[in-house]
Write a new protein. Structure first.
Length: 166
């Protein structure tokens, strides 16, 4: 149930922030957010990260759909069962769907977080969820997957070993 709430939260919070941005800022307009750190700047991104594949909306929708299907399979087939892995998958799904909604409805993604500390592309909340999910997923895979979720090779080998039937 908590995972479902997290999933809904990621999509709703992303879409609400994008709605606020579109209704309160003109394209290219900025508003203060965190002084000296970040401002909100409305941008329409027709590509992916760093505007890669700009204008390739169909390709981006296809890539995102394949990624979302893959993560969904990991969850529904219970390949990922550890809570950290599930949270990572839920964040990636929610963020991916948040950006997919924009691409399907608008043909672009609404971005708004504009860092002032250093030069970095403007991004949105869905992007944050995907990145945090990917980092958590990496931590899960590197340090927890083998211990908690991987199929144990030894037990599979023993069940195929005729000597183990004695």
């Amino acid at each position: 149930m908590l995972y479902a709430l997290l999933f809904v939260f990621t999509i709703v919070s992303d879409q609400l922030l994008k709605y606020w941005t579109v209704t309160n800022l003109d394209l290219g307009q900025s508003a203060p957010f965190i002084p000296f750190v970040m401002r909100l700047t409305r941008l329409h991104n027709y590509g992916a990260a760093w505007s890669s594949l700009s204008g390739q909306t169909v390709v981006l929708i296809a890539i995102t759909a394949v990624m979302l299907i893959g993560v969904t399979v990991l969850l529904f087939k219970k390949i990922v069962r550890h809570p950290l892995g599930v949270i990572a998958c839920v964040l990636i799904l929610g963020g991916g769907i948040g950006n997919m909604i924009d691409r399907l409805a608008l043909g672009y993604v609404v971005d708004m977080f504009d860092l002032l500390l250093f030069d970095y592309p403007i991004f949105n909340l869905a992007d944050c969820f995907v990145v945090v999910g990917a980092v958590l997923g990496s931590v899960y895979y590197l340090w927890l997957y083998e211990k908690y979720d991987a199929k144990k090779k030894e037990s599979a080998d023993e069940s195929n070993d005729p000597a183990s039937d004695k």
